[in-house]
Design a protein around this ligand. Sequence first.
Ligand code: DGY
Length: 329
Amino acid sequence: MPARPRPKVIVTRRLPQAVETRMAELFDVELNLTDTPMDASQLASAAARADVLVPTVTDTIDSAVLAAANGKLKLMANFGVGVDHIDLAAARAAGVVVTNTPGVLTDDTADMVMALILSVPRRLAEGEKLVRSGEWSGWSPTGMLGHRITGKRLGIIGMGRIGRAVATRARAFGLTVHYHNRHRLPLEVEGELEATWWDSLDAMLARMDFVTINCPHTPETHHLIGAPQFALMQRHAYLINAARGEIIDENALCEALAAGRIAGAGLDVFEKEPAIDPRLLDLPGVVLLPHMGSATFEGRQAMGEKVITNIRVWADGHRSPDQVLEGWA
Ligand code: DGY
């Protein structure tokens, strides 16, 4: 039997070396050795030449890029779980299957959420800067006071895989777990997590000491947290976001922080990455990270392996395990 032609796969960013090597063994692969994010015309050119595109969160795959595919592109095997940078409706209309990499970055992201929950009220970033500045004059009874975590209420927005992994960690730190989710969890899961469901997000926000965002960014969650929500939150509350920046109205967040409407924020993601509202850089009680929630060697390797599996299963004529939209052939 003649060998089947290898699919043409274009990868938009550098991936872990072992992943790129394996892809080169399996596919007719075109790598982006400079790791420079592709602009719209480069993405359109890639979509027109590839059977499979492997984009990441830094690529905007809009209807123009998908139109350029012109029937050639068949699969978009996203390297990452979030797919809000891909116009899913346009992909569906163009007959392009979209896959992602769920599950393998859950623990790493939940760890990062916990790290932010610890960092902001305990002033870790400030303390670290103080030591490095050479101006630390030693321990003092009133030095570097922050706020206790144990015994406080944590409100989790979005109780999917990552939200639940955060809940498990939070209980170990003595936080009581509350959550708002479109659908209430089965009672046995709620019981295991000792989590309290709030039908009303607003009602939950008004009672929490910490709020963490762990839902996907969709049209429904865009600016889910804005000025009206900050007005409801307690003045001593902290907001944590390691999901997507667009879920928070960043301008309203800056205003809320500056006005002392909330006590602080721990942010791993921003509304217009990599740009950051300059006010955030000067506000107290804010910890800023460069979208590194899933940035572990193990996680990125596993994400790459998922991408490869999704491509191979699709190339074999089957439904990829991580196909994003239900009901696609
Ligand atoms: C994800 O997987 O969604 C990470 O945020 C990187 O895109």
